[in-house]
Design a protein around this ligand. Structure first.
Ligand code: PSU
Ligand code: MN
Length: 312
């Protein structure tokens, strides 16, 4: 049997010496997440943002039947060209079957982060409850993964093509706290205000670290979602987004797309509908989330868990 999980040397060193690490998913950097060459550009900016704060970026994926945490340059290149999307439930079967290249979504990457002891994960936007989920039942496994694993997830809320209010409600049901990063509005990816109020606002990485350590000490088993709005200069026009979103998901489903293919199909349609503006917005917010995640990882590294968490 081949190795099941391999942690790259830089990531392993950082973890062993208590230095900050930020886990990164690979779906967003593949063609399933962004068109070429924006996918590579996105990775370049995200990993540079993490390093600029002094943290180590750990790109995750599956290669030659091994789950990789902390891909090197050559491994990253293979992941960018990957076209098999892996959610959390797919990790076991993919590794077991010796899959050559699989890109990990938020749910799979958060699972790998938790398995490796990485406490912070950055992405663009998490998956959520799709519009019309009452008929299709399509709810992203990302939400359950956040509920199951104690990882801080930094994202710009959820994509506007999802049902933002239902996703927001589901996070509450699942026990996932949502902290607004210097905002009291739940962001909707391209838009700073997704129409829901956040009751918990954090001003610093130290605030997030305090909440995460306290939740851990109290035995709460879930992750935390840090909602970081897209930088104001990169925000898209609300009317443009509304128009673009209006028919993309319905159109994708009418084309017979279902299951894990829905999100990539809708992402592609949105890029077309916004004449590429969605791509630049996506890069800007992913980079911003990487910076925030690296700051949080740094704050957590300064306050490591000592002894028994649950003993107060
Ligand atoms: N949202 C984006 N870009 C992405 C994704 C979501 O703006 O690339 C990807 C992420 O990997 C996320 C996944 O975890 O889509 C969710 O897919 P699904 O809806 O099939 O669970
Ligand atoms: Mn789905």
């Amino acid at each position: 049997m081949t190795e099941i999980l391999r942690v790259g040397p830089e990531t392993a060193d950082a973890l062993a010496s208590g230095r900050p690490v930020v886990a990164l998913e690979s779906t967003i950097f593949s063609r399933l997440g962004l068109p070429e060459p924006a996918n590579r550009e996105c990775f370049r900016r995200v990993q540079a943002a993490v390093r600029a704060i002094g943290a180590v970026p750990a790109l995750c994926g599956v290669l030659d039947g091994t789950a990789v945490v902390g891909a090197n340059f050559a491994q990253a290149e293979r992941l960018f060209s990957g076209s098999v999307k892996l959610g959390a439930r797919d990790l076991g079967p993919a590794v077991g079957a010796g899959l050559d290249v699989g890109v990990t979504t938020v749910s799979a990457t958060v699972t790998l982060a938790a398995a490796t002891g990485i406490e912070v994960f950055a992405t663009g936007g998490i998956g959520g409850v799709h519009r019309g989920a009452d008929r299709t039942g399509d709810v992203s496994a990302d939400l359950d993964a956040l509920a199951r694993h104690r990882v801080v997830v930094v994202s710009s809320g959820v994509k506007a093509f999802l049902d933002v209010p239902l996703t927001f409600e589901r996070l509450e049901t699942l026990g996932v706290a949502v902290l607004g990063w210097r905002t009291d509005r739940f962001p909707a990816f391209y838009l700073r205000d997704g129409g829901r109020e956040l009751t918990r606002v954090v001003e610093s990485a130290g605030d997030v670290a305090a909440a995460f350590r306290a939740a851990g000490a109290l035995g709460h088993p879930s992750g935390l979602l840090v909602a970081n709005p897209i930088p104001a200069p990169a925000e898209l026009d609300a009317a443009l987004v509304a128009e673009a979103v209006e028919h993309t998901e319905a159109a994708a489903r009418l084309d017979g797309v279902s299951g894990g293919d829905v999100t990539p199909a809708v992402l592609t349609a949105l890029v077309e509908a916004t004449a590429g503006a969605a791509v630049e917005a996506n890069l800007a917010l992913a980079e911003s989330n990487a910076t925030v995640a690296a700051e949080i990882a740094t704050a957590l590294a300064e306050h490591p868990v000592v002894g028994q968490e649950a003993e107060l």
